[in-house]
Design a protein around this ligand. Structure first.
Ligand code: 5AD
Ligand code: SF4
Length: 419
């Protein structure tokens, strides 16, 4: 969308209060993400009163929820534009309609439509890029709103992805992150015998230095992909593999379609083909009906797998999902207590994941000077660890060798050893 704006001749203004157009691209994954947006919308009332020409738009996942659109139209009359996740390419037409006729535009589609290629883009960096390879999700985990807001799984054609990456390589890009709600289902909807493992190999052949991807679903992560990860030099030795819970009954009620044991088996397989791999995860605590014993199974799994990082969440009911109707007798205090115990455990994992690199030389893709100390540079290692280091001759976008001298919970320190 930033690319579309740029092509239309708009300039970026970081201050929403003085902008001609404010477009809120929203997330619906948890209640607090939505609450933030309601707060921002409230704060925009005043600037809009002072500047009637200002256009306020809201898009993304929240408008894909019917109750959100109802509330938007009822309570936030200053909003000019509402659209969802399936019609982003129509943004220029929406803006034309509003600026020429001052009409309110509300267009939320419940069907996905075709993938629109070659939309203009703005990239945040010149050395690393995000690349969507698929949209939507067919998993229907019982707590999750994504299948409703993002629609069915649709994969981009491999030739479009490969040519985009080739173009980035030519422009000097070093790292790509392949994006999708469930990248391991890549290609399944295209009806051709070409899946995620094949895509990894083809992208490895483009000459890009580093490939990373997110997010993976444990059930769909297949051996073909794991072998490709091990064999392709550019595929980084780390994986974010959301487990959500360590208890089989909870996993079943979440509709995750694997057991604690099957998850651990996948981890063992990953370690067999990528011995040095670092594994991170997502975990939800206080899923409706989760007992203390079931929560302890999650703590045990964290210990067993040795996650080197985790995003941890308290279950948040999402209207329209099956789990939102399940009884959840835990108090807020009990939920937070579980989260705290979990975070304590996962933090140990972060630290251990850094300590294992002490004294080793790692390859770091340089992002720039460290925010806290301008004499240091910072970047990510191949295992996706933050590394701050004393530079020798490092420039943004270089991949440099750094010897690790110190391991902290959230980062590692080191010094560049290149001449
Ligand atoms: N409540 C809490 N966490 C959720 N996630 C998805 N839906 C919910 C919810 N309703 C978490 C999952 C997922 C991550 C992106 O967000 O852990 O992997
Ligand atoms: Fe949501 Fe991920 Fe489950 Fe899809 S696989 S429904 S995005 S949690």
């Amino acid at each position: 969308m930033a690319g579309i704006f740029e092509q239309l001749g708009y300039l970026y203004n970081p201050n929403p209060n003085t902008s001609d157009v404010v477009l809120l691209n929203t997330c619906a994954i948890r209640e607090n993400a939505e609450n933030r947006i309601w707060g921002v919308l409230g704060n925009l009332k005043e600037p809009k009163r002072n500047n009637k020409e200002m256009i306020i738009g809201i898009c993304g996942c929240m408008p894909q929820e019917e109750h959100v659109v109802d509330r938007l139209l009822e309570k936030y009359r200053e909003i000019d534009l509402v659209f969802g996740t399936h019609n982003i390419y129509r943004l220029p037409e929406f803006l034309y309609e509003i600026t020429t006729k001052r009409n309110k535009v509300v267009e939320v589609l419940s069907f996905e439509g075709a993938i629109i290629e070659n939309l203009p883009k703005v990239r945040a960096n010149e050395h690393k890029a995000w690349i969507n390879i698929m949209y939507g999700c067919d998993e229907f985990c019982t707590y999750c709103i994504v299948p409703y807001t993002r629609g069915k799984e649709r994969s981009r054609h491999k030739d479009d992805i490969i040519s985009e990456v080739k173009c980035l390589v030519q422009r000097g890009y070093k790292e790509i992150t392949l994006l999708g709600q469930n990248v391991n289902a890549y290609g399944k909807d295209l009806g051709i015998d070409y899946t995620f493992g094949d895509l990894l190999r083809d992208l490895d052949a483009t000459g890009i230095a580093r490939i990373h991807f997110t997010t993976s679903h444990p059930r769909d992560l297949d051996l073909k992909t794991i072998i490709a990860m091990g064999e392709c030099k550019s595929v980084m030795p780390n994986l974010h593999l959301p487990v959500q819970s360590g208890d089989n009954e909870v996993l079943k009620r979440m509709n995750r379609k694997y057991t604690h044991e099957e998850y651990v088996e996948k981890i063992n397989l990953l370690r067999k083909y990528i011995p040095d791999i670092s594994i991170t995860t997502d975990i939800i605590v206080a899923f409706p009906g989760e007992t203390e014993e079931q929560f302890v199974h999650t703590l045990e799994l964290v210990e067993e797998v040795g996650f080197e990082g985790a995003f941890t969440f308290i279950y948040s009911p999402r209207e329209g999902t099956p789990a939102a109707t399940y009884p959840n007798p835990l108090t807020e205090e009990e939920k937070h207590e579980r989260l705290n115990r979990l975070v304590e455990k996962t933090n140990e994992g972060y630290l251990k994941g850094h300590q294992r690199f002490l004294g080793r030389v790692v390859k770091v893709l340089v992002d720039g000077p460290s925010k806290n100390n301008p004499n240091l540079m910072t970047g990510y290692s191949e295992h996706r660890k933050v590394v701050n280091f004393i530079p020798a001759n490092a420039n943004v976008g270089d991949i440099v060798n750094v010897r690790i001298t110190e391991a902290k919970t959230w980062f590692m320190n080191g010094e560049q050893i290149d001449e």
